[in-house]
Design a protein around this ligand. Sequence first.
Ligand code: KG4
Ligand code: ZN
Length: 333
Amino acid sequence: MLILSFESSCDETSCAVVDMSDESRVIRSNIIASQISIHALYGGVVPEIASRAHCEAISSITDQALDKANITLDEIDAVAVTYTPGLVGALLVGVNFAKALAYSVGKPLVGVDHIKGHVAASYFLTPAPKPPFLAFVASGGHTSLIDVKSYTDFDTIGRTRDDAMGEAFDKVARVIGLGYPGGAEMDKLASVGDPKAIKFPSPAIPDDSLDFSFSGLKTAVINHVNTLKMKELSYNKADIAASFTYAITNSVINKLSSAVERTRRIKLVAAGGVSANSHLRASLKAFSIRNNISLYLPDLSLCGDNAAMIGAQAYYEYKAGKIADLRLNAVVN
Ligand code: KG4
Ligand code: ZN
């Protein structure tokens, strides 16, 4: 089944063609127009600018996706689009474009939840995970532990109570003077720092829940930097990045251990922009070996926002009969 899919929930406009069946999943094209350089000027995503940039990019990336896949619109079996969660103006650009396109070529329209899309990035792995499994999704806007009961039935069993994990990476990066978004740079710096140099508080909430809170950790980093600055002492960026990352990865492993114990799942998928973090990936690998769990980490190119993952999830939504009509609307969360 050939699916033309769109992603525009935040600061990447993406269009893909994926060829999906139960036996094979092929990415024929996956074009991503990133707005990062525009938003970097402001130190974060400016919603109004994001919507306008999506409008400017979406037609041409659709042409590019079709050209690269070497197909015409007539050959497409369905059109898919992220409709939730995200920035409302940004989502509306993709939703309206996809609706108009589906209507004009008379093809079914499938609305996809962005978080489910992130998880579906793992379906391009060989072997691919088959539900049921546990999923940990961490990005710039979300941090969730999910019991994936079937391809379309997701039960969120843990979440952040404040910032998202990627947001925490970006904010700490800013505090120590790195560019936006700072997650990838923090990753590199952490590799040359000492993870035990500074004892930062754990973002794993110390109760029976599977929830996280990043505000205490963020404040601890700010206090550490400010205290040294007041004493006119220099601070070690690499040690901060490494110690911060250590606190984060430990909290993930802590809550994942409880989640595995609770759900008895034996497969784990990690997804979202933060799942590209090399330290988190290493900790997850060690955790899965210790616990005899099969771990599925999407290819680095599919961790961040992209339309191929939306197309992959759309296949399962379509098979479950979840076809949208022209009333499909953007839903913020
Ligand atoms: O999934 P994504 O591309 O967009 C959202 O849905 O939000 O995730 C972007 C987030 C940003 O906060 C970025 O700093 C973070 O993922 N990120 C990383 C790494 N690469 C991207 N965080 C930590 N380590 C990385 N290597
Ligand atoms: Zn995302």
